[in-house]
Design a protein around this ligand. Sequence first.
Ligand SMILES: Cc1cc2nc3c(=O)[nH]c(=O)nc-3n(C[C@H](O)[C@H](O)[C@H](O)COP(=O)(O)OP(=O)(O)OC[C@H]3O[C@@H](n4cnc5c(N)ncnc54)[C@H](O)[C@@H]3O)c2cc1C
Length: 377
Amino acid sequence: MKLSEEQKMIRNIAREFAENELLPGVIERDKSALYPKVQIAQMQNLGFLGMTTDPRYGGGGMDILSYVLVMEEISKIDASCGVIISVNNSLVCWGLEEYGTEEQKEKYLRPLASGQMLGAFCLSEPEAGSDATSQNTTAEDKGDHYVLNGIKNWITNGKYADIYLIIAQTHPEKGHHGINAFIVEANSEGLTTGEKEDKMGIRSSDTCSVLLNEVKVPKENRIGEDGFGFKFAMNTLNGGRIGIAAQALGIAAGAYERALAYSKERKAFGVPISHHQDVAFKLADMATLLEASRLLVYEAAQDKDAGRPYDISSSIAKLYAAEAAMKITTEAVQIHGGYGHVREYHVERMMRDAKITQIYEGTSEIQKLIISRSILR
Ligand SMILES: Cc1cc2nc3c(=O)[nH]c(=O)nc-3n(C[C@H](O)[C@H](O)[C@H](O)COP(=O)(O)OP(=O)(O)OC[C@H]3O[C@@H](n4cnc5c(N)ncnc54)[C@H](O)[C@@H]3O)c2cc1C
């Protein structure tokens, strides 16, 4: 795919940043589940947190493909940083820019896109994951404000967010048509966070529950019309999937590049292991999966950039790239033999990090549901 000079430049900036600033310390951050606070601040300064937001609201005004290129380069080295910037860019900033009022954009989008604040997107609950319609968090309408009660689960940026976009049920009798989305400030009375989850992968990203106990939210902080919340969440996730597909692509690319280099250095039976056909064929399969993922992810980004429908292309890209990332990282560990099983060689972390891309922002099974419904319609 032909990239513009600007796209190549932003990719190079992200690549250099990842190699110089993210690579040192990535193993330690993973091991101790240490949040990359300094590195996120650096990326806020680079403008990576509000890349596609209109410059009128403090963003970079770039296209989605540029955002994807940055996500790929960052996730190639540190997938935890990948998810942190992905949530802020594609779920929080995009959602506010597309559906927020002018006042909401001035007050919240501007600091979020310009890197002064960090956002979180709160849809999942202990009993509501794939089936996001069964929201138990309530938002009671009290006239000039709402009162929110409930628990949101698995929230990325949970402890570090300044702003939460929270999905909650206002009219249970209307089912998903009764759901609303709200902008909630972190310092709101009654809002607390749970323990940081001890995860298999993307360990240095922050994931925790957000607890809401009689949290007052002004009416002007509701996003869209009364009952728009479910549609808001689904539309936002359609674009979010492009970011996660790019994260999967980056993890896979990182593992492939390391396996390729290792296969040329490591000798067995007197020759580099790449001379053994089974290793060479593994690399061929990995390269093929990687290239197909890249084309699908870039195509979904270009659909969004061109104003074409992207709900299905983003699902296809996420499904394919996530499955490919799992296969590629597993083979990268295999090519490294015993060395693949220890932290020092990076690929074991990449294999653990790849797993989540099959789960969040819609599991692979849910992507198949979306794609099959569309082709059978
Ligand atoms: C590290 C991490 C970060 C996350 N970050 C966020 C975040 O920032 N904000 C947020 O809101 N959520 C977040 N999530 C939640 C994530 O989106 C959910 O975990 C995911 O959507 C799956 O929901 P669940 O865990 O409840 O699994 P379930 O929905 O219970 O699914 C369990 C299994 O059943 C399968 N399944 C369910 N329904 C069907 C069906 N109809 N057909 C076929 N198979 C089905 C699923 O595919 C899965 O394999 C995060 C999760 C993790 C682990």
